[in-house]
Design a protein around this ligand. Structure first.
Ligand SMILES: C[S@@+](CC[C@H](N)C(=O)[O-])C[C@H]1O[C@@H](n2cnc3c(N)ncnc32)[C@H](O)[C@@H]1O
Length: 329
């Protein structure tokens, strides 16, 4: 994490602000692509969405992404196990995420996998899918029934749908997802990876409330910033503001307790929030040994600070007693 540059912070208008938020999609996929190229984890699909990063990413960033991908995947697989894949996943603000293809390779596809992002991001993702057989073939293979619907703004197959919508408007979101055969009675996992922080606390509360009141059996996984009121957090905020990117929801990212409380206040139960240093301490020792040998990490203190400023939060609702409340690291 670079130190903050000096000078006044420019203000962004609403369109510029949304454009800057959409730009974070690129940041996430470029960082994941770089970490994959160094060997942190395997993902043959990410290269279909992003060319190799021009600049190297620092080892602390790569390790952080490893813990993020591993942490989200650990909870997700626990959910798939509890539901025996008889479920659906809704990935909110999915960007260029490759989870659908990775789950298919592992024979772990849910009954249906949905992704939502801004229409412009969705159009970009669909363009890639249409032009790259390693992406389109698995969708065609997993599809059954009527013809697969794919145009420049949405994709609907029997196992995978991509929907263009603004998550700040949950009624519009529900209508669009239902057109793609969302089944509110199926156990549902909602994932938000670095997404809620770009909405105001009221908007993310509406989204969380909508999800909690719509799905009787569900789990929510949220990965994002935490402990943002200290000096390190302020530098992170300033660095993003310099790119016109405003963390509208940063107030909820003040502490682990605030993150947990938000889930409870908006209709979720069994809520947990842990920082990424803790997640790192839960990684299997063999994995830690392998990734720590990949690159020399000079800035141990910086790595620890970075990891203390991101967290994974999860919560569930379980009227069918599937045991979702037991899911933990
Ligand atoms: C930091 S990126 C993360 C992408 C992906 N979740 C990942 O981890 O690779 C944030 C994503 O959320 C999307 N996003 C943010 N606010 C949104 C909103 N209000 N409606 C739809 N998508 C949104 C952005 O377009 C972007 O793709």
């Amino acid at each position: 994490m670079a130190a903050a540059a000096r000078g006044p912070l420019p203000a962004a208008g609403p369109d510029e602000a949304d454009e800057a938020v959409r730009g974070t999609c690129e940041d996430a996929s470029v960082c994941k692509r770089f970490a994959v190229s160094v060997g942190y984890w395997e993902d043959p699909y990410i290269q279909c969405f992003v060319r190799q990063a021009k600049e190297r990413k620092a080892p602390e960033i790569n390790r952080g992404y490893y813990a993020r991908v591993h942490g989200v995947s650990y909870l997700l697989k626990a959910f798939l196990k509890k539901t025996e894949c008889n479920c659906q996943i809704v990935n909110l603000g999915a960007g260029m995420d490759t989870l659908f293809w990775r789950l298919k390779d592992e024979n772990l596809l849910p009954r249906k996998y949905f992704e939502v992002d801004f229409p412009m991001i969705v159009a970009r993702k669909i363009h890639n899918i249409k032009s790259k057989p390693p992406l389109s073939k698995p969708i065609i293979e997993s599809h059954s029934g009527d013809s697969l619907l794919i145009d420049s703004h949405s994709l609907d197959s029997s196992r995978y749908s991509i929907v263009g919508a603004d998550l700040r408007f949950s009624s519009d979101l529900e209508e669009k997802l239902k057109k793609h055969n969302l089944d509110i009675h199926l156990p549902t996992l909602l994932i938000a990876e670095c997404v809620l922080v770009y909405m105001t606390p009221q908007q993310s509360a509406n989204l969380l409330k909508w999800a909690a009141s719509t799905f009787p059996v569900a789990m929510f996984i949220n990965y994002e910033q935490v402990n943002m009121t200290d000096r390190f957090g302020q530098i992170m905020i300033e660095n993003l503001q310099r790119r016109q990117c405003n963390l509208a929801g940063v107030e909820v990212c003040r502490s682990l307790e605030a993150q947990r409380e938000r889930l409870l206040l908006n209709g979720w139960e069994n809520a947990h929030a842990i920082d990424m240093m803790k997640v790192y301490s839960f990684l299997p020792q063999a994995d830690v040994k392998r990734i720590e040998e990949l690159e020399f990490l000079d800035e141990k203190e910086l790595f620890e600070q970075l990891m203390q400023h991101y967290c994974i939060c999860w919560a569930s609702k379980d009227s069918s007693n599937l045991g979702l409340a037991d899911i933990t690291f």
